[in-house]
Ligand binder design. Sequence first.
Ligand code: F3S
Length: 423
Amino acid sequence: MQLTDFEKAMLDGVNGRAKAAAMDLLVRYGEAVGAERLVETNNVAGAFNASTPSVKRIVDKGFDAVYSELNLDSDEIVEIPHMAVNTWQLITGIDNDNWALQGADESLVQMQRDSEAYLGERGVNMCATCTPYQVGNVPIKGEHCAWMESSAVIYCNSVLGARTNVEGKESTGAAALTGRIPYWGYHLPENRFGTHLIEVDIAVDDMMDWGLLGYFVGEQVEENKPVLNNIAHHPNMVKLKHFGAAAASSGGVELYHIPGITTEANTLAEAFGPHKAVKTIHYGHKEREAMYMKLQSATDRKVDFIMLGCPHNSIEQMALIAELLRGKRIHPDTALWVHTPRAIKQVAERNGYLRAIEAAGAVVMSDTCPAISRRLPKGVRVIATDSAKQAHYLPAIANVQGWFGSVTDCVRAAISGQWQGRV
Ligand code: F3S
């Protein structure tokens, strides 16, 4: 791999052992994927925080040891300097306020707080959400990024037209210290053209419908690049957030185009560039119903736990949930957890949404989600969620039955304790 003089100096340790370890990792990674060079990045979103029991054994040796092992894949413990570039913490395992409800051990919470203090001093911005684009990290078209988290990556590539592969803890750790990431995959313009044409034959409008469409598209194209045609209703951020999260769950979609809506293509011709669609796939009523049925893994209509906010809720989603819950009480046998970035939670508090949600007996969680934390209320057997992604993962992760439906269906289930959703 070709390195600049500056990169070679970092690799040789001129700028310290941590940057040398980071460069070593990036060179190994770049060579493994056939990258010819590195590219500069000033936008890293990764997982740095120590919040799981398995990390405790390393924390005893200090947080430099945690970063060295988990974020640099280094056997040597290196002293970690300030991040070289704009670096953001994605979602973590523990809600710093609601940890007791999550069943987290107090010593783990303290470890997470200590870890945050260490990382904060070194310039890692503690947004603690899978949706950094909702709380101020909005890369511009063409910007090279190093992001983890599939739902964030697909949003970054497709809606914003910025460029990232799905990175890992180690590569983001190295990118944060060097401002470099291997130039391959979605960083290359020639890899960003569509492959499959999706003819959307029915009107897709609300958030649930966008989730179902995403789930269908991911299943059909797997890791390819779909181009959606014939979109009747212009979507917004919330709908594309759900579409992308679903497509990245049922398949491994990291980039899609909707000509005239997403950033990189105004026309079908621009979306496919020099290529032709390898396949045309139709999405109609039959396909929509099949996806809806596929996402229902439950048979028991008595619901114990309702999860909203995957990906993390926007302020308008928080407003809707507050409206649906205002003056109501959730059923004594159910728990409703609503997930949103901490920054949005603050706005929800000022607007009175938090009060309305909490007065109904629900909990507003930040920093985490059940799929990442693996923490649900005790004894949960049947869950309901408005997220195709969560309906896809949580039943398998937590060994529970799952219902999928609209936000209204989910809030109704929380109030009545019974699932009554219908396609
Ligand atoms: Fe975010 Fe957790 Fe869903 S990380 S996308 S809320 S599974």
